[in-house]
Design a protein around this ligand. Structure first.
Ligand SMILES: *Cc1c(COP(=O)(O)O)cnc(C)c1O
Length: 401
C-alpha cells in the first residue's frame, strides 16, 4: 500500500490538534503559501494586467479543471472551474433540463432525495419559482430513488455522499438505470472529490459539480467545478450566459454566442488568488491514487468506529456500518451533539455538528493516521462520558456550526 506517512508533512497542522473536519474545510497545504506569493508578488505586483496573458490567469479555470480530472475519471476538456458549487448546480440543472426537454418535452419532474444538501434543493426551487415553471421538485427517501426513475422524470439530481451520514449512493447503478429511462443525471460530488474514487466517464454521468475546499484542500471559498459529459457538451445552452463563456469575449458583441465545449460554462472573471491557492493545494495529489486513499480511509474509519463504540455507549453510529456504502466520513448521533462537539473541539479534536443531532468526523489519510484516530477517540470518550459538555460555555451557538 501507498505510504501515507510521507504525506502528512505536506500540510500545516496546528500543534496539539487532531483535525477530523476535512469534510468541511481541508487544512493548509504547505506549498500554498509560496504558490500564492508568486501570484501576489511576481504576477499581480509586477505584471499587473499583463498577468491575464503572461501568467496564464485567463486559462486557469480550464487548466485547474484538467488537474482534477484524473481524480474524477473525467476525460480531458470535460471540467471547468469557477464560482461556487451552488452556482454550478444551477448551471448543471438548467442545461440538464434543456437537454431533457429537447428529448421529451412531456417530462416535468426533477427527482432528488431527502438526503440532498439544502443548497442543491434551494437552487432547484428558486429556478422553478423564478421562471414560473411547471416543473416539480420531487423528494423521496434515498433508498426509494431507483424505483422512482420513471417516464415523468426529466432530471435526476443527487449528492453522491450524504453530507450528514456519509451514506453513499451507487452512482454507477443509478446512472445506468436513469440513462435507460431517458433521464438526465446530475451528481453533486462535494463529499466525493478527493474522498472516494469516482469514475464519471465509466458511470456514464451527464453532469457533475463539486467544491474544492473540502477534501481537495483548496482553501476557504476556493473555486467549484462543473463536469459536462463530452457526449453533451456541444449540445447544451448555458443559462448563465456570462461574457467569459462567450465564443469571443473580447469581440464585445452585443449578442451572446456560446463558446467552445466546456468553456461555455465559464461565467465571469475568475478569482485568481483562490485559483493560485488551489493550484498549490493540488500539488499534494500528484503521486496519489484514489484507490489508495479509499483503502486507507476505510481502515481509519473501521478503527474509529470500533474505538468509539467500545468507549462511548451514548454515541450511536449514524453512518452505514458497511464500509462499501460509506464515504470518507464517520458520523454518530448524540442528542447533545452540538454541545458535545463544541467541548470536543475545545479539548483538541476538531469535527463538526449537523442538525439535529449528527457529529461528523472526516477520515483523511493524507494527514490523519491511526495514532491520531486513537488520540481522538480517547478525547471524545473522555468529553462525552465525563459530561463536561454540560458547562454553559458549550451551549452558546455561533453563526456557523
Ligand atoms: C458543501 C456543499 C455545498 C456547498 O455549496 P457552496 O456553494 O460551495 O457553498 C453544496 N452541496 C453539497 C452537497 C455540499 O456538501
Amino acid at each position: 500500500m501507498f505510504d501515507f506517512s510521507k504525506t502528512k508533512s505536506r500540510f500545516h497542522l496546528p500543534e496539539g490538534i487532531v483535525y477530523l473536519d476535512g469534510n468541511s474545510l481541508g487544512p493548509l497545504p504547505v506549498n500554498v503559501h509560496q504558490r500564492m506569493s508568486r501570484t501576489i508578488v511576481d504576477e499581480w505586483g509586477e505584471l499587473l494586467i499583463k498577468g491575464w496573458n503572461e501568467a496564464d490567469w485567463f486559462s486557469m479555470p480550464n487548466t485547474m479543471g484538467e488537474r482534477i480530472a484524473r481524480l474524477l475519471g473525467a476525460a480531458s476538456g470535460s471540467i471547468v472551474m469557477g464560482d461556487t458549487l451552488s452556482i454550478k448546480i444551477y448551471q448543471a440543472l438548467t442545461s440538464a433540463l434543456d437537454l431533457a426537454s429537447k428529448a421529451d418535452a412531456g417530462r416535468n419532474v426533477i427527482l432528488s432525495d431527502t438526503g440532498n444538501f439544502p443548497t442543491d434543493l434551494y437552487m432547484a426551487q428558486g429556478l422553478i419559482t423564478s421562471t414560473n415553471s411547471k416543473l416539480e421538485l420531487k423528494l423521496v427517501e434515498p433508498e426509494e430513488i431507483l424505483a422512482e426513475l420513471d417516464e415523468h422524470v426529466a432530471v435526476l439530481m443527487l449528492t453522491h455522499v450524504d453530507y450528514r451520514t456519509g451514506r453513499m449512493h451507487d452512482m454507477e447503478a443509478l446512472s445506468a438505470k436513469a440513462k435507460q429511462k431517458g433521464i438526465v443525471t446530475i451528481w453533486d460530488l462535494a463529499h466525493s472529490a478527493g474522498a472516494v474514487p469516482v469514475d464519471l466517464a465509466k458511470a456514464g454521468v451527464d453532469f457533475a459539480a463539486g467544491c474544492t475546499y473540502k477534501y481537495l484542500n483548496g482553501g476557504p471559498g476556493s473555486p467549484a467545478f462543473i463536469y459536462v459529459s463530452p457526449e453533451h457538451v456541444n449540445n447544451i445552452r448555458p443559462a448563465l450566459s456570462g461574457w467569459l463563456g462567450h465564443e469571443a469575449p473580447f469581440d464585445f458583441d452585443l449578442d451572446y454566442r456560446a463558446g467552445d465545449a466546456i468553456s461555455k460554462m465559464r461565467i465571469g472573471t475568475p478569482s485568481i488568488l483562490q485559483f493560485a491557492a488551489l493550484d498549490g493545494a493540488l500539488d499534494v495529489w500528484e503521486d496519489i491514487d484514489m484507490a489508495d486513499i479509499r483503502a486507507k480511509s476505510i481502515e481509519l474509519g473501521e478503527l474509529f468506529i470500533e474505538l468509539i463504540e467500545k468507549t462511548c455507549p451514548h454515541l450511536i453510529l449514524a453512518s452505514p456500518r458497511a464500509s462499501g456504502q460509506r464515504g470518507s466520513q464517520v458520523s454518530f448521533r448524540f442528542h447533545h451533539g452540538y454541545e458535545a462537539m463544541k467541548a470536543i473541539i475545545a479539548h483538541g479534536v476538531i469535527g463538526d455538528f449537523r442538525a439535529p443531532d449528527i457529529m461528523r468526523f472526516a477520515m483523511t489519510p493524507l494527514y490523519i493516521d491511526e495514532t491520531d484516530i486513537g488520540k481522538a477517540a480517547k478525547i471524545i470518550a473522555d468529553v462525552v462520558n465525563s459530561g463536561v459538555w454540560r458547562e454553559s460555555k458549550y451551549q452558546v451557538r455561533g453563526a456557523v456550526t
